[in-house]
Design a protein around this ligand. Structure first.
Ligand SMILES: NC(=O)c1ccc[n+]([C@@H]2O[C@H](COP(=O)([O-])OP(=O)(O)OC[C@H]3O[C@@H](n4cnc5c(N)ncnc54)[C@H](OP(=O)(O)O)[C@@H]3O)[C@@H](O)[C@H]2O)c1
Length: 343
């Protein structure tokens, strides 16, 4: 007999005006972040295979590959537009900087900039409306009311269906929500990144805002193939993250080993245990794992086939209580760019 279903685990969840399976697809990885872009055929197989597996909440951003990821998503998924909930982000993009005009990551939440980012995203995505459009980072030089006010105008024009925020605090969410209902807040959340528990999960529940967990399998750490930080590709962004540095990693690897053993005892892979744990934190929580491999999409999606039992949920919390992971999730520069609460 199957263990009793955890009451908050359900396959379909609400996000703004949409209902989707609780696990979607983070598309970033096929173009950027943890090494070079994968070839187009592989990326296409991942995106199309995700739809077949039920991962129809599709997450991209203007930032990923400085537009390349949106272009790919537009090319591959435009023919399937009505099957997906298409989510993208602006306010943090690749912009030509300096005399050579090299593209660099720039946070810019000024209304005119957001309007331009959105126009460019719509073209790359080959659509006339984005279902959920996030402010990727709050540009602290611009009042959040001004950035969200511009996105509210985009809703009124019909260019976007709903508004999201990324990596903001509960206080900023509440300010923004007064300007326009915020459909979703996206932040890092997994058994080893618990900061949203300080205030954001509760604020989202109160406001009717979905919480979308990014990096829900710990940027690869909470899987059956944890990365080896010593051999990461030069472009891999984990090279700059404190918890992947050698001293921290040695301690984290011991925890990861215990996490994997717990997953095996419960008849799941480590990634499935991480995802099931995330979804058990509230009926308003969704997750967008990212991967370059179709087999991993299918493994992640299969999490939804079997709800997590209360004993395993409690065992994860005993093994990885808030603050247990060694090293912060961001270095000082990246931490300065976000607005999230910290332990
Ligand atoms: N709003 C933001 O600021 C922000 C920041 C980061 C990410 N995101 C979004 O969130 C998405 C997911 O986050 P993420 O990619 O950083 O972290 P993640 O989903 O926690 O981890 C991705 C890593 O885990 C591996 N992986 C995934 N499933 C696996 C499985 N079943 N077995 C073994 N390995 C597995 C992937 O490697 P393989 O390729 O080998 O599977 C990849 O290296 C992104 O794609 C992006 O859309 C948003």
């Amino acid at each position: 007999m199957n263990p009793p279903a955890h009451p908050t685990q359900q396959a379909l969840r609400r996000i703004g005006p949409f209902e989707t399976p609780a696990i979607g697809l983070g598309c970033m990885n096929v173009s950027w972040a943890y090494g070079p872009a994968v070839d187009e055929a592989q990326a296409e197989a991942v995106l199309l295979g995700a739809l077949d597996a039920g991962a129809t909440l599709i997450d991209t951003a203007a930032l990923y590959g400085f537009g390349r990821n949106e272009t790919l998503v537009g090319r591959v998924l435009a023919p399937h537009r009505e099957r997906i909930v298409l989510c993208s982000k602006g306010g943090m993009t690749g912009e030509p900087v300096g005399p050579g005009g090299t593209l660099q990551r720039v946070i810019d939440g000024r209304p005119a900039s957001l309007r331009r980012h959105l126009e460019e995203s719509l073209k790359r995505l080959r659509t006339d409306r984005i279902d959920l459009y996030y402010l990727h980072r709050w540009d602290k030089a611009v009042p959040i009311e001004d950035s969200v006010g511009e996105l509210a105008l985009s809703v009124a024009r019909g260019d976007i269906r709903s508004i999201g925020l990324s990596e903001v605090s509960a206080a900023t969410l509440r300010r923004a929500h007064k300007v326009h209902p915020i459909a979703a807040l996206q932040s890092e959340y997994s058994p080893w990144s618990r900061e949203p528990e300080i205030a954001v999960l509760q604020a989202c529940a109160e406001l009717g805002t979905a919480f979308v967990a990014f990096s829900p399998v710990g940027r690869g750490a909470l899987t059956s193939r944890p990365p080896d930080p010593a051999t990461l590709h030069p472009n891999d962004i984990r090279r700059g993250m404190p918890r992947f540095q050698p001293e921290a990693w040695a301690q984290n690897l011991a925890l990861i080993g215990e996490f994997s053993a717990l997953a095996a005892r419960s008849g799941r892979t480590a990634a499935q245990l991480a995802l099931a744990w995330v979804l058990a934190q509230g009926p308003h929580v969704l997750a967008i794992p990212g991967t370059t491999r179709l087999a991993h999409v299918q493994e992640n999606q299969a999490t939804l086939d079997r709800p997590l039992d209360a004993d395993t949920l409690a065992a994860v919390d005993r093994l990885l209580p808030a603050g247990r992971a060694v090293g912060g999730r961001y270095n000082a520069v990246a931490q300065g760019e976000v607005d999230t609460e910290r332990f």
